[in-house]
Design a protein around this ligand. Structure first.
Ligand code: HEC
Ligand code: HEC
Ligand code: HEC
Ligand code: HEC
Ligand code: HEC
Length: 170
């Protein structure tokens, strides 16, 4: 067989193995079960913004999940007839925070800051988290797995932001 043909074959094989390995290592963690069936769509139909609940999303590294007292602004008294709704007051009565499970999480060595992207880069939450205004179920799987190192760097490159390793790996 011609040498270049062998090389081409090997390349194709390497590509196929790479793709197989890619999908194999693309393990998705199991969906978590959130303590209360929170519905973003219903809440965002009210006159309320992301920042009212995710308080540090504009000036902090972490957006943060809401404390139960943010819910009590409206749920001091019953709202609607969903079976999970009274649970909000149950937690509050027991003086407990609702144990939400954070599902979007970068691997430990990566530094990500919300304020840099939301405030300075003026990005819409949608670009990374999908349209939360349409989300009726609680978030149970990560929405940011598409943000690989390649994707982060490609946008930085395009926008003229530094791609110094130490910017993202502290
Ligand atoms: C450039 C992509 C990007 C944008 C834009 C973005 N996020 Fe995030 N978000 C992430 C990443 C990445 C994580 C995981 C961060 C970590 O591991 O600390 C995350 C995590 C979160 C979390 C859970 C952890 C935390 O930080 O408290 C919340 C809540 C959140 N984002 C809300 C928002 C809201 C609200 C907006 C818009 C105002 C927004 N995000 C915009 C990428 C983004
Ligand atoms: C601005 C007022 C307001 C705030 C703040 C608020 N809620 Fe609600 N919530 C409502 C209203 C109004 C309904 C009833 C919606 C309906 O039935 O159409 C509701 C419904 C619900 C339901 C029933 C779900 C469903 O699908 O009908 C749950 C559970 C709930 N809220 C939890 C929370 C939690 C947890 C927080 C705090 C993180 C919170 N709410 C904050 C106004 C609010
Ligand atoms: C009334 C309060 C409230 C408002 C307003 C709200 N959220 Fe949330 N958000 C929550 C609660 C409670 C959770 C945890 C339960 C869940 O996963 O649905 C959550 C979870 C999230 C998560 C997943 C966090 C993680 O990694 O576990 C994202 C992303 C998010 N919200 C984005 C948004 C965006 C974007 C907006 C505005 C368009 C918004 N939220 C408005 C209460 C709110
Ligand atoms: C769609 C475009 C886009 C994507 C995707 C993106 N970034 Fe950025 N990032 C920006 C822009 C624009 C800035 C500059 C913001 C400013 O003006 O400070 C920035 C700034 C940063 C900074 C510097 C912040 C500081 O305060 O020093 C870090 C760190 C960072 N991004 C990490 C990440 C990581 C990690 C990811 C992937 C998980 C990511 N970015 C994905 C556009 C993006
Ligand atoms: C804009 C942000 C950003 C910059 C700049 C960046 N990285 Fe990363 N890096 C990430 C993210 C996000 C991940 C985790 C996701 C992934 O593995 O794709 C990661 C993962 C890694 C990993 C682990 C790979 C693995 O398989 O787990 C190494 C090693 C690494 N980066 C090295 C570097 C080096 C060296 C540089 C400088 C040339 C660099 N990074 C620059 C965002 C960045």
């Amino acid at each position: 067989m011609k040498k270049w043909l062998v090389k081409l074959g090997l390349l194709a094989l390497a590509g196929a193995l790479g793709a197989a390995w890619g999908s194999f290592s693309f393990f998705r963690p199991k969906p978590v079960t959130q303590p209360i069936a929170f519905n973003h769509k219903k809440h965002l139909a009210e006159d309320i913004s992301c920042k009212d609940c995710h308080q540090h999303v504009e000036e902090g590294v972490h957006a943060t999940l809401p404390a139960v007292k943010a819910c009590l602004l409206c749920h001091e008294e019953a709202k609607g007839s969903h079976p999970d709704e009274p649970k909000v007051r149950d937690y509050a009565k027991e003086n407990r925070e609702i144990p939400w499970i954070q599902v979007n999480r970068m691997v430990g060595h990566v530094y990500f800051s919300h304020s840099a992207h939301v405030k300075y880069a003026e990005m819409d939450c949608k670009e990374c988290h999908g349209d939360m205004k349409e989300k009726e179920e609680a978030v149970t799987v990560s929405q940011v797995e598409h943000l690989t190192m390649g994707r982060c760097m490609a946008c930085h490159e395009e926008k003229g932001v530094s791609n110094d390793c130490l910017g993202c790996h502290k």
